[in-house]
Design a protein. Structure first.
Length: 321
């Protein structure tokens, strides 16, 4: 991002539809980059195993720092969201999940659901939600549904279906099969970005239309989640309720110059152990796993030309002045 793109958003504030989410610190935590899949659209450094799994003692130390700062000092909630690679492959993942639950944190995993059903039985009592990503290059539909059915009655299950334009129709049919098999799960047809940067793959108008419509259900989940939709306010006082995908597909995911609550509502721990306010990296490094981290207590001005990460988009923002 070169920071030169003009801000074209029609909104002056982006707030959470659920005010409780403004008190939730969503920690995007990459434990390492080994993965059971190697999807063609996924950058190599997100699945090649070049980053070792983080040490358990270092992870637990940051747990304690976050509890002291966010929970005890700022009266917030901490929601850990472990990613990879494939986080369920961490050799001590069960211990890490149990320790987080014991500290009062809520815990999620972003997973491809490839581990055995027996494994998911072992960890489900220490999870508050899961985001299961369906990659049809590797996933087996029947196994994915079996894992989803094991979890969906106990927690919020959100499914991201990665939609490559070259396999769009087949994947769309599989998404509809997932909707039929898991009616209480929420499902997003996830548009892919080239190299996981800001540029979308080239979708046809029909594909864009189907991405926007998704595969909705009339059943509303009552489970607790760390994020949902945002209330976008216009200068005239109007409000629109938008999902993260809406901002991306409409090209209004640019808030350079806005005051943003990354660091207060979010945190990013990279696989290397570097700690940032958010995935976008605005504000630079604030510490490193295994040492003291300067956890923020103030918002920061956005310097990015666009906001490409769902977690970063779903954060409170306000135009300055």
């Amino acid at each position: 991002m070169d920071g030169t793109r003009q801000n074209t958003t029609p909104y002056v504030r982006i707030d959470h539809s659920n005010p409780q989410h403004a008190r939730t610190v969503l920690v995007d935590w990459m434990l390492g980059n080994a993965c059971s899949y190697a999807c063609s659209y996924c950058p190599k450094n997100l699945h090649d195993g070049s980053i070792r799994w983080q040490k358990t003692d270092d992870v637990l130390d940051l747990y304690r720092q976050m509890k002291g700062h966010y929970v005890d000092r700022l009266d917030k909630y901490v929601w850990l969201q472990f990613t990879g690679g494939e986080p369920t492959m961490h050799p001590r993942i069960i211990d890490l999940l149990r320790a987080a639950s014991a500290m009062g944190f809520r815990v999620s995993l972003i997973s491809n659901a490839s581990r055995t059903v027996r494994f998911w039985h072992k960890i489900r009592d220490n999870l508050d939600s899961v985001i299961l990503t369906y990659h049809n290059e590797f996933a087996t539909l029947d196994h994915f549904v079996e894992v989803g059915n094991l979890l969906v009655d106990q927690m919020n299950v959100h499914i991201n279906v990665t939609m490559h334009p070259d396999r769009f129709d087949r994947t769309y049919e599989e998404a509809k099969a997932l909707r039929a098999a898991l009616p209480t799960a929420t499902i997003t047809l996830k548009p892919l970005r080239v190299g996981f940067e800001s540029e979308l793959y080239e979708y046809t108008p029909d594909q864009r239309n189907r991405l926007s419509k998704g595969v909705p259900t009339s059943i509303r989940s009552t489970s607790i989640t760390p994020r949902s939709t945002m209330q976008a306010s216009t200068p005239e006082g109007g409000q629109d309720t938008l999902r993260a995908n809406d901002f991306i597909l409409r090209g209004i995911n640019n808030w350079r110059g806005f005051q943003c609550n990354i660091g207060l509502e979010s945190l990013r721990i990279k696989g290397s152990g570097e700690v940032l306010r958010a995935v976008c990296g605005v504000g630079g490094r604030i510490g490193h796993l295994g040492s003291a981290v300067a956890l923020p207590d103030q918002a920061i001005q956005c310097t990015k030309a666009s906001c490409a990460c769902v977690a970063d988009i779903l954060t409170t923002k306000a135009r300055i002045g």
